[in-house]
Design a protein around this ligand. Structure first.
Ligand code: IPD
Ligand code: CA
Length: 265
């Protein structure tokens, strides 16, 4: 078995366990937390606990690798491989009781940004949706669910206009610019979606459910696994130079559509 497949299979095993923990904590937390601040605290605890589980598993199975996660300090490794981890992508959905949240785990080689690394393997486990999206470099991408295992392919034709996902950062100062960007892209769209979890958005692009996705200001852990899943499904992922708030634009989809969106943002 290739190293990339081995990394993917390990990521899948760990993401399965992590997803079960997130789901369990969600079921407990929703009863406990009645107000927003309490809810946020509980979710923060769940995020940290899930990341700690993932980190401990990786330290045991891959002791020489580096780690870059959303909720704990980065650690350099000696092997040249770094695990880029978002324990819960879609935290607001998770806190609000909506199912579009995911554990995202990727193994990359090189730097700690999308442009500086080469992703080797990635999984996006959406436990409340019952779907595990996964990819290994050179091996394609697929979704595993109770319905079976299905290879993924991005769409290449959009006769009625493209169904396009997007996202907005948490800083309200950036919202007006983001709304203007959506307005500029709208002529290409049949409709837009704001799912609330970039890892799920990217997986949906790979699955041909969304034709494209764009968002400014994503973090490495939001996109590391999802971007590889798109690329291995025949799609393209690009990052454009930063805006006045220092946020790079990520665009994913079929290469032709990505280019048309890039002209407008
Ligand atoms: C966020 C989600 C959201 C996106 C934000 C991300 P988090 O990640 O992916 O959809 O709009 O930019 O930061 O905070 O839920 O892990
Ligand atoms: Ca997160």
């Amino acid at each position: 078995m290739s190293v990339h497949l081995e990394l993917r299979d390990l990521a899948r095993d760990i993401a399965t366990e992590a997803g079960e923990l997130a789901r369990r904590r969600r079921a407990e937390g929703v009863r406990i937390a009645a107000s927003k601040s309490t809810l946020a605290d509980i979710v923060t605890e769940a995020d940290r606990e899930v990341e700690a589980l993932i980190r401990a598993r990786l330290e045991k199975d891959r002791p020489g690798d580096g780690f870059l996660g959303e909720e704990s300090d980065p650690a350099p490794g000696e092997s040249g491989i770094t695990w880029v981890v978002d324990p819960i992508d879609g935290t607001v959905n998770y806190a609000a009781g909506m199912p579009s949240y995911a554990v995202s785990i990727a193994a990359v080689r090189g730097g700690h940004t999308f442009e500086a690394w080469e992703a080797l393997a990635g999984v996006v486990n959406a436990p409340a949706l019952g779907e595990m999206f996964e990819a290994a470099r050179g091996e394609g991408s697929r979704v595993v669910s109770a319905a079976g295992t299905v290879p993924l392919r991005v769409t290449s034709e959009f006769p009625a206009g493209a169904l396009i996902g997007t996202g907005f950062g948490y800083d309200s100062a950036t919202h007006a610019d983001d709304i203007r960007t959506v307005q500029s892209v709208m002529p290409l769209a049949r409709d837009v979606r704001r799912i609330g979890a970039a890892a799920v958005d990217l997986s949906y692009v790979a699955a041909g459910r969304l034709d494209a996705f764009f968002e400014r200001g994503l973090n490495p852990w939001d996109l590391a696994a999802g971007a590889l899943i798109v690329e291995e499904a025949g799609g393209s992922v690009v990052e454009l130079p930063a805006d006045r708030f220092g946020r790079r634009m990520t665009i994913a989809g079929h290469a032709d559509l990505v280019a048309r969106i890039a002209e407008r943002v």
